[in-house]
Design a protein around this ligand. Sequence first.
Ligand SMILES: [Zn+2]
Length: 165
Amino acid sequence: MRFLADRMLGKLAKKLRLLGFDTLYFPEEKEEKLLSIAMEQDRILLTKDTDFYKKAMKTGVKIFLLKSDRWRSQLKAVFDKFKIESSDLAPFSRCMECNEPLETVDKEEIRDRIPEYIYLTHDEFKICKKCGRVYWKGTHVDHMVAELSRILNGEVLFKYEDRDG
Ligand SMILES: [Zn+2]
């Protein structure tokens, strides 16, 4: 399942990538361009724009209209709509900034690019070959995945204030 998020859904796009979903996000592109990319690459368009949604429906492209302004509710809506389950997730397989698949990297190779205490306390690292960002399974990362999993299971939705950022 591959997605294409429209310009209002940048946070949702990052969370979907974090969970392993191939999700394009082009905040500057025109609607026509988004439609043609979605068609060509067989992607599901995600939008918050009702007019765009109606226009897109006429073209036959796959599109899903999100109602909420909050990424947690948006993510839950996507999970529900496409019946996504825990087994569909592949956390930390994709760069949340540029959507590239991550590659395992030896920690000696990236030693000078990570904090010393991270080097000393972690053994599993991944790198995005496109932007150079290094990922490791750390506390905040585990916390994020746990939270996203709880959203998937419907446990935390609406209990949270929106603390996006
Ligand atoms: Zn990247």
